[in-house]
Structures are given as C-alpha cells and as structure tokens.
Design a protein around this ligand. Structure first.
Ligand SMILES: *[C@@H]1O[C@H](CO)[C@@H](O)[C@H](O)[C@H]1NC(C)=O
Length: 203
C-alpha cells in the first residue's frame, strides 16, 4: 500500500518535471536575444498620438556592420507596440518577464511580415490601445516561430525616445470631466442670476 503510494508520488513528480521542462523548452528569453535590427518609428520623443486616428510609420533593417549570415535563420519580423516602464509601474498585467511567453511588455501587434533584410509599415493605432507611454520593438523569429533577435526604438533601459498614446476611453473620460464642469458651472450661473433677480425685486 505504502509502496504503491510512493510510486504514484514518484510518477506524479516525474510528470510535473516533464511538464515543466516541456513548457520552458522553445520559449526564448529576452536576455538571450541579440539586438541586430535597427528600428525607427515616426513619433518624436514625447509626441502625443491618438488611438484610432493617428498613424505610426515603422522601419526596420538589419545592422549592416554585423557578420554576413547573421540573419540566415530569420523568417519573419513581428513588430509590436510596447509599454514603457513608466506605464508598467504597479500594473502586474503589463509586467516585463524575461521569458517571452510570459512577457506582457509588448501587447499590441503592429504587423508581421516575412523577413527581407529591411522593411517598413504604416500602422494606424488600434482603437483598443490604452492611454500610456510606448516604444516600438521588432522581433525576428525562425521557422518554428521562436524569437532569435530584436530591435527597438528606445535604449536598453527603455527610457529614451518614448511617445504617448491617448486611448479612446481616456478621451471619453476627459470629455466627461469637461461636460461635468460645464454643467456645474451652469448651475452656479443659474443660482447667481436667480439671487440677483430676487435682490432687484426687493429693491
Ligand atoms: C551595429 O552593430 C555594431 C556591432 O555589433 C554595433 O557596435 C553598433 O552599435 C550597431 N549599430 C546600431 C545602430 O545599433
């Protein structure tokens, strides 16, 4: 009886181990990737863009000073919009994880294109992109969709050359605030004139 329990436990442990190894296999880690792409995006540092309206032109190219054959296994380029650290603070759902399968830094797809050394794309900011500070990153993946290298519009610390996007809901919130202010103002104005009229009447 105890023997059987023990072997069940062992089997479970083995199964868990296999699952763990299996799940971490084939998932690239950001710290292992080389920065081989040079990526640029049209927004100027600190520029404010509006979701659903404004466009971003992204270009990417292989750094030409790298040895020939660097990109031999590159199959596709995946360009993404990524949260800057300032917009990740206290927000677990945007957290950076070195394991790219768990990483939540780059949640918005800009485009996926076959790799051809260089390319560019004009992206209209999706209406679902929330108000935050962003940069652009491009990953190159191999035939099995595993990330091999990257490039981004900011520095390694993700602190330079960032831009802001104002989301649709953010805009509605500020509109609501404006509307609220106007209606509060009109109530006050109404009261003011009402009191003035009464005073006049008394005189
Ligand atoms: C291109 O690669 C070289 C060698 O790795 C590096 O020194 C240089 O900074 C890179 N250039 C850019 C613009 O990233």
């Amino acid at each position: 009886m105890t023997r059987r329990l023990l072997s069940t436990r062992r089997a479970t442990a083995l199964l868990l181990l296999i699952c763990y190894v299996g799940s971490s296999m084939g998932s690239a880690h950001f710290s292992d990737l080389k920065r081989t792409l040079i990526v640029t995006a049209s927004p100027k540092p600190g520029q404010v863009l509006y979701a659903g309206e404004d466009k971003i032109t992204v270009t990417w190219k292989l750094n030409s000073s790298l040895p020939a054959g660097t990109d031999a296994a590159y199959k596709k380029v995946k360009v993404k919009l990524c949260y800057a650290p300032v917009s990740q603070k206290d927000r677990g759902w945007r957290k950076t994880d070195d394991n790219l399968k768990k990483d939540k830094t780059c949640q918005f797809k800009v485009t996926t294109q076959p790799y051809a050394g260089s390319g560019s794309f004009v992206y209209t900011i999706d209406r679902t992109v929330p108000t935050a500070t962003y940069f652009v990153r491009a990953y190159v993946v191999d035939a099995s969709d595993t990330e091999l290298a990257y490039g981004q519009t900011t520095d390694a610390k993700k602190s330079t050359n960032l831009f802001d996007i104002v989301g649709i809901t953010g805009r509605h919130a500020s509109l609501d605030i404006a509307a609220g202010c106007f209606s509060a103002f009109s109530v006050v104005a109404l009261l003011f004139f009402f009191v003035m009229e009464k005073r006049k009447a008394k005189k």
